[in-house]
Design a binder for this molecule. Structure first.
Ligand code: GUN
Length: 284
C-alpha cells in the first residue's frame, strides 16, 4: 500500500517556519503584506481566497481582500492594480483567476509589477523561471517540488510524466522537475495512448481536472503519484484525477485530495510574500 503524502501536515511545517521569519521582519519594521483581488462571486474562488486570507492571518502576514463586482471594468481593475504596485505596504498582489469574460487575464497579469507577482504568472516571472534566474515560482508546482523534497523523493535521472499543459501547473511543473534532473514527458488531452506514457513514470503528476482519468492501469508499481486536480465526483464529493483507492495499491506514495497539493499551494504563496518583503529589507 502506498504511503500517503500528507500535504496538510507538510504545509503546516512550512507555515511554522514562516511564522519566525514574519516575526523577524515585523520586528525590523516590515510586516509582509498580501493583497488579494476577487472579482465576482465564483463559489470555488471564494473558498480559495478565504483559505489564502486565513493562512496569512495564521503566520502574521498582513492581508487585504478587495472584492470587486463581476461587472467591474477592465480599466478600473487595472487602475486598482497600479495603485497597489505603488503601495509600499503591499509586497504581494494576487488577482484570483478565472476572471469574467470581459476582462483580459493577460492584461491583468501583465499590469501587476513583477516584483510583487507572488503568483509567478507575469511573463517576466515566467521568463526568469525558464532561464533559471531568481524569481517567484508559481505556487502549485513549487508546492509540489517542496512536497517531493520533504518526502525524500530523489528526482535525479528519474522519469517524471506530467499530464496537463496549463500555464499555471503543467508547463511550469515540467520545467521545475527537469531543473531537478528528472527526464520529463508531457502528456495532454491530445496524447494518443496515455497509459503507455504514464506507465513509464517514476513520478506521475496529474493536473487535468477529469474524474477517474488515472486508474491503476496507468501507474507503474512503486511510482510516486501527485494529484493536482480539484474535481467533484457524481456525489459532489471533492476528488482529484486519480482513482485514489485502486492507485494506492500500486503506487509507493500518493497525495490525497483534499489534503495533498492544495495546502502546499497556499503555503508557497505565503513564502513568496515573505521573500518579497525580505527583498525590500535588502534594498534599504
Ligand atoms: N485560480 C486557481 N489557481 C490559482 C492560483 O494559483 N492563483 C490565482 N491567482 N488564481 C488561481
Amino acid at each position: 500500500m502506498a504511503k500517503i503524502i500528507d500535504g496538510k501536515a507538510i504545509a503546516q511545517e512550512v507555515r511554522n517556519e514562516l511564522k519566525g521569519k514574519v516575526a523577524d521582519l515585523t520586528h525590523k519594521g516590515i510586516t509582509p503584506g498580501l493583497t488579494v483581488i476577487l472579482v465576482g462571486n465564483n463559489p470555488a474562488s471564494e473558498v480559495y481566497v478565504r483559505g489564502k486570507i486565513r493562512a496569512c492571518e495564521e503566520v502574521g502576514i498582513r492581508s487585504e481582500l478587495i472584492s470587486l463586482p463581476a461587472e467591474v471594468s477592465e480599466a478600473d481593475l487595472l487602475l486598482k492594480i497600479k495603485e497597489l504596485n505603488k503601495d509600499d505596504q503591499v509586497h504581494g498582489i494576487l488577482v484570483q483567476l478565472p476572471l469574467p469574460n470581459h476582462i483580459s487575464e493577460s492584461n491583468v497579469i501583465e499590469t501587476i509589477a513583477y516584483q510583487k507577482d507572488v503568483d509567478g504568472f507575469h511573463p517576466e516571472s515566467v521568463g526568469r523561471m525558464v532561464t533559471g534566474l531568481e524569481t517567484f515560482l508559481p505556487c502549485t508546482p513549487h508546492g509540489i517540488m517542496e512536497l517531493l523534497s520533504r518526502t525524500g523523493v530523489d528526482l535525479n535521472g528519474k522519469h517524471a510524466v506530467v499530464v496537463g499543459r496549463s500555464n499555471i501547473v503543467g508547463k511550469p511543473m515540467a520545467l521545475l522537475l527537469q531543473q531537478q534532473n528528472a527526464t520529463v514527458t508531457m502528456c495532454h488531452s491530445r496524447t494518443v495512448d496515455l497509459p503507455s506514457f504514464t506507465r513509464q513514470a517514476d513520478v506521475l503528476v496529474a493536473a487535468v481536472g477529469k474524474v477517474g482519468l488515472i486508474t491503476k492501469e496507468h501507474v507503474k508499481e512503486g511510482a510516486v503519484v501527485i494529484d493536482v486536480a480539484m474535481n467533484r465526483d457524481v456525489e459532489g464529493k471533492l476528488c482529484g484525477d486519480v482513482l485514489f483507492d485502486e492507485v494506492s495499491e500500486v503506487a509507493s506514495a500518493i497525495t490525497p485530495v483534499p489534503g495533498g497539493v492544495g495546502p502546499m499551494t497556499i503555503a508557497m504563496l505565503l513564502k513568496n510574500t515573505v521573500i518579497s518583503a525580505e527583498r525590500v529589507l535588502q534594498q534599504v
